[in-house]
Design a protein around this ligand. Sequence first.
Ligand code: NAP
Length: 307
Amino acid sequence: MEDLIIIGGGPAGLTAGLYAARAKLKTLLLERLAPGGQILTTDWVENYPGFPEGVSGYDLVDKMKRQAEKFGLTIESQEVQRLELTAEKKMVFTDSRTIETKALIIASGAAPQKLGIEGEGLFTGKGVSYCATCDGPFFRDQAVAVIGGGDTAVEEAVYLARFASRVYLVHRRDKLRAVQLIQERARSEPKMHFIWDTIAVKIVGDTGVKGLDLKNLKTGEMKHLPVEGVFVFIGYVPNSSLVKGILPLDEWGFIKTDNDMETEIPGVFAAGDVRSKALRQVATAVGEGATAAYMAERFLERVKDNI
Ligand code: NAP
């Protein structure tokens, strides 16, 4: 039996793992692929304290992983299929085994929201992308469109301007949601072109993307935009399907916790992007991971004579 299982190896899970392993809890971190999470798709992180010059998402998470492993955290690549959670007993069923744990931290993160329009699925990986860091260099000297108006869309659009000949930012309103500093960077980038009050209705192409059919929401006018790449950054959906029907979720599916990261079930915690909250950042994820691990340790102290 494990003292603690952590599901998810992004900044929240790795920080929880660091704290728990350092507190000498028998801790296992389960990650579906390789540790890292969404931060791996972020080119450059410049608002995580301690790195005045900024740091690449890859380097940051690699350092977190090595630091946690130094204190004895065990990380295994296994996909969790199912959970059985009660105050008394917590069972984790992975694709290869069944593990009982005394406490659990869910740090399974979030995944990019899809547009849900014709051509999106067909051309995913063939011109439609949700990761500029991964796919930007494929679009050297080509025109690309970015959908969305939040921090991610605008920041990634500026990044794509390094490679692309033109970057069209298609936003459904006439005002960006992104913070001012990021907006200013985009406005001063000569390759950026803003298309306001407009949604994408169809992605068209043959073996790859050839263009985007757009609709102006104010005038109703339809327009075809020839582009070779379409990058979608319209928010994220939580990876919370494992606990649907087991734990209370908010209206968007994020896991509800108290201020100590504990869910309705004693000994079950959530941290990072999968948790219901206002701000999803590496800085908030690591704080929540640390708190969840500390509260898990206190939970184990409390129940040690009963489990
Ligand atoms: P977000 O802030 O939720 O923005 C999503 C954007 O997509 C909005 O502009 C929204 O339009 C648009 N949108 C949503 N659904 C759409 C649809 N079906 N069709 C067309 N457009 C649609 O998401 P995010 O930019 O990924 O940011 C998520 C969180 O991460 C935020 O808290 C953000 O501050 C943070 N973040 C911070 C940084 C940084 O500090 N450097 C970088 C990246 C992300 P409306 O504006 O009309 O709603």
